[in-house]
Ligand binder design. Structure first.
Ligand code: FES
Length: 111
């Protein structure tokens, strides 16, 4: 799993009120629990979707998530990752999944 930690994602400047350190700790723990690895990366060039998390599933498919900013979304994402990132996305996460090549990305994520 890659959690963006660039110029916008993970910053209090763009997203004040989000505990970015806790978010990183929880994502790291979920990755470990799910048998995967966690790392932070620089800007992924989809800053409009920050905070961005990219998960590589066991089948190799990458799933991009945007607007990972609230507790309910983080809970759902950590739970899904902790279960090994199965092919079926929980309802809470479907609105956050996006294709980075599609531009402009219009996320319908809940606040
Ligand atoms: S800082 Fe995360 S996509 Fe740019």
């Amino acid at each position: 799993m890659q959690a963006c930690d660039g110029c916008c994602c993970g910053t209090a400047r763009k997203h004040p009120g989000v505990d970015h350190a806790e978010q990183r700790e929880r994502l790291q723990a979920a990755a470990r629990h799910g048998g995967g690895r966690y790392r932070t990366v620089g800007c992924l060039d989809v800053c409009h979707a920050s905070n961005v998390v990219v998960v590589r599933r066991p089948d190799g498919k990458r799933v991009w998530f945007g607007r990972v900013l609230d507790a309910a979304t983080l809970d759902a994402l950590c739970d899904w990752i902790g279960r090994g990132a199965p092919p079926e996305l929980p309802d809470r996460l479907t609105a956050h999944a996006f294709e980075p090549s599609a531009a402009p990305v219009q996320l319908t994520a809940r606040p």
